[in-house]
Every structure is written in C-alpha cells, then in structure tokens.
Design a protein. Sequence first.
Length: 99
Amino acid sequence: MVRSARRVYAERAPRVAEVLAPCATPAGPSAGMYSTWLIDQDRALSARDAARRAGFDVPLLTDYTRGSGLTGLVVGFGGVTDAELDRALAALRRGLDGG
C-alpha cells in the first residue's frame, strides 16, 4: 500500500510541475504529497480563489510562513483522483494566468 502511494505521488509531482513551472518557482523539491510554489501574493490569491471556485482548497504559503515574507501556494496532490488533480491544476493555471 505505501509503495503504491509513493508511486502515485512520484507520478503526480511532475504533472504539477509541468503546469505550474511556467508561472511559478518551486520552493524546493516535492515533499511526499505536496509541493510549494513561490508566486507574488496577488497571483497566489488569484490562483487560490480560482481553485476554490472549482471546489478545491489550495492554501497560501503565508498560511504557514507568516513571518518569512515568502508568498505562494502549497499544492497538495494526495487524497484526490487523477481527474480531480487535473481539474485543480487547470483552475490554478487559470488563476495564475489572470482568468
């Protein structure tokens, strides 16, 4: 079971990167079931709001790092189906692209 979950997450991390890398900077390597992306606060808010409208909760990096001055998103990819991940990533990208 754990090995299967690791494989799924290892396959999902590059999909997340493919969608977000043109618009954001990874804050480091993916960590298990999530990755952290540095984006200016306005674009992070826009992406988060687009994800919420699509039914997904994508926290802001400032929710976790209040004093650091870092802004961006914490994108989780565990606990969803591949189809849900694709919809969430599409929503995030719309928000990052200003749509």
